[in-house]
Ligand binder design. Structure first.
Ligand code: NCD
Length: 304
């Protein structure tokens, strides 16, 4: 049995296979309609979510399977003091696979120790979000045609943004990648992420506080929301929340084939006027998330 806790649990070869499978699902959805008949996916969401949970549920439904779960820790026995381990031990008797989101870093590792069925980390605190990264990689492959030789700008809350941490880890294994890390001083990429992936792999990178100064170099700009729920005080959040706003003026300085990505939800960091720019990919990105999760469910359930 295999889990997906961290994007590094997958080799580059396995990621390529998942991307190829997702493309095949997009091209031939009918072939997959009954692949998970009689299988159940449990979504255990101890933290808010729209895309991740609903795309997991839609993915399982499109494979002919069923879904059960909760979308709010407040409606689960967590409020009575049940541990994650106990919840998972019980749910692994009801379902075939679990997608779990939790505010505590490392919770999915603990869950995996108590589970008889595959566990997928659907986001753990400010740590990791591997299925968002699979979504991002599929988006890059579909929209840019490659996963190498790219200058990737990561902009916003690089400290608490778990999607950024997983994406940096994943892209650091490809060749010809350059990262441009754009954030306020207080929200810089954690040094453990920089050391373990960027520096360890000798990846070229640049750090800046100005999006405007660097946007013309980028093949991809990956915007992120300032992660209010991870701040220790509201004042700091209010001061930093509008650090970057990508608007038509900034887009006019970017390459014609740059793509704009965002894991969503967006707050203010991309002006609505950018939505009609053909380089805006974030809604397409959310759609790709369903297909790559279908591919992942098939892989973890070992369905041919
Ligand atoms: C992200 C997350 O939950 O980390 N959302 C998502 O899954 N698409 C990004 C965010 O909440 O800012």
């Amino acid at each position: 049995m295999q889990n997906l806790i961290d994007i590094m649990d997958l080799s580059i070869g396995e990621i390529d296979e998942l991307i190829a499978k997702a493309k095949d699902i997009i091209a031939h959805p009918d072939v997959y309609r009954d692949k998970c008949r009689y299988k159940k996916l449990a979504t255990l969401f101890f933290e808010p979510s729209t895309r991740t949970r609903l795309s997991f549920e839609a993915a399982m439904m499109e494979l002919g399977g069923n879904v059960l779960g909760f979308s709010d820790a407040g409606s689960s026995s967590a409020t009575k003091g049940e541990s994650v381990s106990d919840t998972v031990a019980v749910v692994s008797g009801y379902a075939d696979i679990i997608a779990m989101r939790h505010p505590k870093e490392g919770a999915p590792v603990v869950a995996a120790m108590k589970s008889d069925i595959p566990i997928i980390n659907a986001g753990d605190g400010g740590h990791n979000h591997p299925t968002q990264t699979l979504t991002d990689l599929l988006t890059i492959k579909m929209e840019k045609g490659r996963l190498d030789n790219l200058t990737v700008g990561l902009c916003g809350d690089l400290k608490f943004g778990r999607t950024v941490h997983s994406l940096v880890a994943a892209l650091s294994r490809y060749t010809g990648i350059k990262f441009v890390l754009i954030s306020p001083q207080e929200l810089k990429l954690p040094s453990y992420v920089k050391e373990s992936y960027i520096k360890k792999n000798g990846i070229e990178y640049e750090q800046t506080t100005s999006l405007e100064d660097v946007i013309d170099q980028l093949d991809i700009v990956y915007m992120t929301r300032v992660q209010r729920e991870r701040f220790f005080n509201e004042e700091d959040y209010l001061r930093l929340k509008d650090s970057y706003i990508l608007d038509a003026g900034k887009m006019s300085k970017a390459k014609d084939d740059m793509i704009v990505m965002h894991p969503l939800p967006r707050v203010n960091e991309i002006a609505v006027e950018v939505d009609s720019d053909p380089r805006a990919c974030y809604f397409k990105q959310a759609k790709y998330g369903k297909y790559i999760r279908m591919a992942l469910i098939l892989k973890l359930l070992e369905v041919e």
